[in-house]
Design a protein around this ligand. Structure first.
Ligand SMILES: NC(=O)c1ccc[n+]([C@@H]2O[C@H](COP(=O)([O-])OP(=O)(O)OC[C@H]3O[C@@H](n4cnc5c(N)ncnc54)[C@H](O)[C@@H]3O)[C@@H](O)[C@H]2O)c1
Length: 427
């Protein structure tokens, strides 16, 4: 059993803290948000995540959360940072939280502690930014005063099949000893394989490549969807067809936009780092451009349908379903829904929004109120409540257009009720 401090108790850090406690480690959580600290110490989850809610109950009293590094870092054998690595308004990497947390931690580390960075970072971040911070405290990771490694997190909140415990991991350290120590630790909590890479940059690049792969493939289907829209081809049929090929095709799905703290963020980390070292990522930037335009495209679809009814978007009463960036979670970071709402408002529409997981940000009480106030619907998030909606309610509430931003509704049934339907590459 080791004493482990998890720094940053969010979508990544909190499940990790629960897992470490469940596997018998002594666990501290260092978090700057006092409200989160208080909730976690009462075994209540600050995030709407079934896995975390259940695990917190299971490990009641076993995670000691605090805002004070002095309470935990000097006692810890292992410190793992899971703080956010977002982008700025101008879409540059924002490493403020990571630098701040490592600066704080470095003042309290005992010799030979294993420091693991789980936050997503571009290649070179640990060597160029983290190591100098540690050296300021006379800790040299090259000499193993402190063992420093990167182990990118692959968790997919809400995914019941692939949980933190079942996902294989890759680790890379500043030294071979650091890599080994990190791998040994993960073997105590993860059931899947742990791959040791020969250097830390390769581990940093692995995560960015995985998420960029996803962004590019989504951009590809989003472009195909727009092309097929013009051609009158339903892309969901085409994806079904292409998926019968047993090799060299991997289904990705078009949608109203790409959100969350990872996919629309991580490519910018690589784009910027590569720019600094003299390489231009044209392909990655184009993918970002295509995906960033999807909320706008979704609103355009509504405008096209309104035109067919000789109606205008100005003063149109539009109900937007969903604020979270993906189904069945409460995370609204980088959510395309916010941009859809803003674009609609800028065009003069009256917008009603409802998300069962984000009620605080909704401007109507429930789905029924939204339907009663709206003439047109834009589905932005495929929460189960929307995917399984009683479609007869659309007819009862005289909804005349449905824009299905996640291609998750029964288009034939909706059309059979005399309601105009348009998905993303599906009509
Ligand atoms: N959300 C995901 O699905 C996901 C998946 C894989 C990897 N990641 C990566 O993991 C990292 C964390 O993401 P997240 O979604 O958990 O973020 P989050 O915002 O949910 O959680 C981060 C937590 O860190 C806290 N924090 C910020 N600065 C701090 C500091 N100086 N000291 C202590 N606590 C601090 C915040 O208050 C917050 O509670 C990011 O680098 C992200 O790219 C996220």
């Amino acid at each position: 059993m080791e004493t482990v401090t998890i720094v940053g108790l969010g979508y990544v850090g909190l499940p990790l803290a629960c897992l470490c406690a469940e596997k018998g480690h002594k666990v501290y959580g260092l978090e700057i948000d006092e409200n989160k600290v208080n909730l976690i110490n009462k075994s209540q989850s600050p995030i709407q995540d079934e896995y975390v809610i259940n695990k917190l109950k299971k490990v009641t009293g076993k995670i000691n959360a605090t805002t004070n590094p002095d309470d935990c870092i000097p006692n810890s054998d292992i410190v793992i940072t899971c703080v956010p690595t977002p982008i700025t308004k101008s879409r540059s990497p924002d490493l403020t939280a990571l630098k701040r947390s490592v600066t704080e931690i470095s003042k309290f580390l005992k010799p030979n502690t294993l420091l693991i960075i789980e936050s997503t970072i571009h290649p070179g971040t640990v060597e160029e930014i983290i190591v100098p911070i540690l050296k300021k405290q006379n800790l040299d990771p090259g000499k193993n005063d402190v063992f420093v490694a990167h182990c990118p997190e692959r968790i997919d909140p809400g995914n019941k099949k692939w949980t933190i415990e079942d996902l294989p991991r890759v680790v890379g350290g500043i030294t071979k000893e650091a890599t080994k120590k990190a791998a040994e630790f993960y073997k105590t909590i993860i059931k899947a394989d742990i791959l040791e890479l020969s250097n830390i940059k390769a581990a940093e690049a692995t995560k960015i490549m995985e998420n960029t792969f996803r962004d590019i493939n989504i951009a590809f289907v989003n472009e195909m969807a727009q092309s097929f829209d013009k051609a009158g081809i339903d892309i969901t049929e085409v994806i079904k067809g292409a998926s019968t090929k047993p090799f060299a095709f991997m289904a990705h799905y078009p949608g109203a936009g790409v959100g969350g703290h990872c996919i629309p963020v991580d490519p910018y980390y690589l784009i910027e780092k590569a720019r600094q070292i003299g390489f231009t990522h044209k392909f990655l930037s184009l993918a970002r451009e295509i995906n960033n335009n999807m909320p706008n495209y979704t609103v355009q679809l509504l405008e096209n349908e309104l035109k067919k009814l000789e109606k205008s978007i100005k003063d149109a009463k539009v109900g937007v379903l969903g604020l979270a960036y993906k189904a069945n979670v409460d995370d609204i970071r980088e959510s395309p829904s916010a941009e859809i709402v803003e674009t609609l408002k800028n065009k003069g529409a009256e917008v009603f929004v409802f998300d069962p997981n984000v009620k605080k940000e909704s401007n109507v009480r429930d789905f029924d109120e939204l339907l009663s106030k709206s003439d047109y619907i834009v589905l932005a998030t495929d929460h189960k409540e929307f995917r399984n909606m009683d479609l007869s309610k659309l007819e009862k509430n005289k909804i005349s257009i449905v824009i299905d931003g996640r291609n998750c509704l029964d288009k034939e049934k909706i059309k059979s009720m005399g309601i105009a339907y348009h998905g993303i590459g599906r009509s």
